[in-house]
Write a protein that binds this ligand. Sequence first.
Ligand SMILES: [Zn+2]
Length: 340
Amino acid sequence: MKDGILERLRKGPVLGAQGYVFELERRGYIKAGPYVPEVVLDNPDALRELHSEFLNAGAEVMEALTYYAHRDKLRIIGREKDTRRMNIDALHIASDVARRSGALVAGNICNTWIYDPNKPRTFKVVHDMYEEQVGIAASSGVDFIIAETLEYVGEALIALEVIKKYDLPAMITFGATYEESKDGYDWIDGCRKLEEEGADIVGFNCIRGPSTMMPLIRRLRKRVNGYIAAQPVPYHTTNKLKAFQFLKYGGRSAFPTNLDPFLATRDEMAAFAAEADRIGVNYIGICCGAGPHHVRAMAEVLGRMPQASKYSPNLSEHSLLGTGAKLRNSHEKRFLKKWK
Ligand SMILES: [Zn+2]
């Protein structure tokens, strides 16, 4: 039997890759705005392809694309009746691809936009939505559940309770848009609370780029004994604008469809992975904006040799950049002139 997530983490860092919704939106299969993963039912081959690309690039976990595949979001786009099928199919596709290389499969739930600490009746609505999704994931045989981009500690605790009801390892990560959670917790205290209540892996994902997530995970590593996770977005967030939702381009919000000028390079993401490993982050990954080139560079810096490494850059063989390389045709000469 293959090792589960906790056994793998005991042996060393695990590399995750997500951001499926963002990448499939860029590829034309998901609508920006609602961001509901309709691709699962409408273009399953596109989803299968992206899973394969992340797997080839070194991702060790295939996270089922059930982000926002919950009743309330589906109701908004008039597809509530598809909830169950969308979840089942997403899990099936992730498992199918993972099986090729022994990667793990994670079920996925996220913030609901319904939870309100001042309206206790919302607790049950959130609970029931998580229950439906985690129940389907558990019966499809996932290895663990990732509950992500949570902004309320209270909502995260509901997610944890539901995951533990199904006796699955729980990875719970906050989306740290602001300096503290929306229900007033210091982020690190929120992570500690989750750990005390039984979360197996705690940390952060999405929202912040490497430079603004790093200070949080340094603090977290010092104050939490168990496994921690960090999956930033590959964007250049700044000390002033810590979350990618705040970045501006051309005088208006760059988020979510004009973030391209802020994209981090593969080398920057590799540097993040190396630093995260050095300070003791256990689950290292990447979120919205991720491309397979980022994932491969992160895998390689962690000492992995994924399938896609067969085609990793070798610039010594490049006509212009290689040492002593001769310019092989006039096309290249033209470009060289232009760049001078
Ligand atoms: Zn994300």
